[in-house]
Design a protein around this ligand. Structure first.
Ligand SMILES: [Mn+2]
Length: 427
């Protein structure tokens, strides 16, 4: 897989600079100079109506365009590619796409390269029967890709998927990109709907549904489950609606007609696994608190438990006098003998920009790519270990390796946390 290519489920954001400011002032959509009829609403002071109309017209325009695209690909087979560690927003949106496309006799296979590592994602997929499948690199190699006539990227633009390179090299055309992350470079796609002002891809799909691309019917079990999944996706990308904006609330209101509240509740109450609890325990034991920052290295963890890191950070940031928590560890992928340092940051401090903080702390790799980034109140980083990967059966080596990475990460973080102190205390 492609290293440094995906952040955790709450952080699957582009590694390029992302502008998602969280102060109320800049949070609003920019009001552009209105044209034509709509200007009346804006100038009569009813800016809300105006903004609503504008997003409606984008939705209607895009829905129609998508309908035409699907029409021209009837009876085909498509791959829907998600980020390596798909989150509820990606999973539910892909399902909605599959149901929409099905009406045009387009068969979609929803795939991701990594793993479902958050207990809520596992619960979501199991409880709703969400049709997403893991295709590791060997699986992908074993497939006959010539039976697919197109592929689609949902809730990502290919930069967070290890599958992209191989799919591209097989010559399958990119049919659609539907995402809410900021643009990550030119994409040669037939249909593009990338709206960074929208807080969740599930919102975009709900708008397509409302515009008539799919008639939800509460007597159809699959529709109820998909609507519930979309609600979960929308909630999880907006911090339980706390960062939701008007469009997201409107989408949630619509979904509430079909959503199964009890099912949603069950998904949200999924229990943490023992390995996740163990990582949280280690983070508590190992944390150092300085200047309201809580920093914890948790050592080695399995690929499948990767999501324990952001969950531990979520927990550490709840401590009194802590406004920012950073948790990191070495994630080991047994299949591919690959090791990556994975870290998560959580902050409740409004003036701390996680994106800036992480970029400043860790800098860039030799190709100029940042090791991570973030969005409002959360961020993540991944540092590939390259040549130092593996060899952990030699426990002395494994121990030294962890200590070196642990010390280096602490140095880099503490330089920002308290610039004057020397973070490494000389013996
Ligand atoms: Mn998303």
């Amino acid at each position: 897989m492609q290293v440094n290519s995906s952040l955790t489920q709450l952080e699957s954001l582009p590694l390029t600079t992302e502008l998602t400011p969280d102060d109320a002032e800049t949070d609003k959509e920019p009001v552009e100079i209105p044209l034509g009829k709509q200007s009346i609403a804006a100038f009569t002071g009813d800016a809300g109506t105006y903004l609503g109309q504008r997003s409606n017209s984008i939705t209607n325009h895009k829905s129609e365009e998508l309908r035409q695209t699907l029409l021209s690909h009837r009876h085909e087979r498509q791959l829907v590619i998600l980020q390596d560690f798909p989150d509820p927003d990606a999973l539910s949106s892909a399902w909605a796409y599959q149901l929409i496309a099905q009406q045009y006799d387009i068969k979609c296979e929803i795939i991701y390269a990594g793993t479902l590592s958050h207990q809520e994602n596992i619960a979501l997929v199991k409880l709703t029967g969400l049709p997403a499948h893991r295709w590791s690199m060997p699986t992908l190699r074993s497939k006959d890709l010539s039976s697919y006539q197109g592929f689609v990227l949902i809730d990502n633009q290919g930069t967070t998927s290890g599958l992209l390179a191989m799919v591209l090299s097989s010559g399958i055309p990119l049919i659609a990109v539907i995402d809410h992350h900021s643009f990550q470079g030119e994409l040669k796609s037939e249909f593009v709907d990338v709206r960074p002002t929208v807080r969740a891809t599930a919102t975009i799909f709900t708008q397509y549904i409302q515009a008539g691309l799919l008639n939800l019917d509460s007597s159809i079990n699959q529709h109820v489950k998909c609507a519930t999944a979309l609600m979960h996706g929308l909630r999880s990308d907006t911090n339980r609606l706390m960062q939701a904006q008007e469009e997201d609330f409107m989408a949630a209101a619509y979904l509430s007609r079909y959503c199964d509240a009890q099912l949603l509740n069950t998904v949200l109450q999924a229990n943490r696994s023992k390995p996740v609890m163990d990582v949280i325990e280690r983070s508590l034991k190992n944390r150092i608190v300085q200047n309201n920052f809580s920093i914890a290295g948790v050592g080695y963890l399995r690929y499948d438990d990767r999501d324990a890191i952001p969950q531990a950070a979520d927990f550490l940031v709840t401590e009194e006098n802590v406004h920012t928590a950073v948790v990191y560890g070495i994630v080991h992928d047994e299949d591919e003998e690959l090791e990556i340092v994975v870290g998560s940051l959580r902050t409740s401090k409004l003036t701390l920009d996680p994106d800036e903080f992480i970029k400043e702390a860790f800098g860039q790799d030799s190709s100029g790519r940042f090791f991570g980034g973030g969005r409002t109140s959360a961020g993540g980083f991944e540092i590939p270990m390259g040549f130092l990967s593996g060899g952990n059966e030699n426990s002395a080596y494994a121990k030294i390796k962890w200590e070196v990475f642990d010390a280096q990460i602490k140095q880099k973080l503490l330089r920002l946390v308290n610039p004057k102190d020397n973070p490494i205390h000389p013996e």
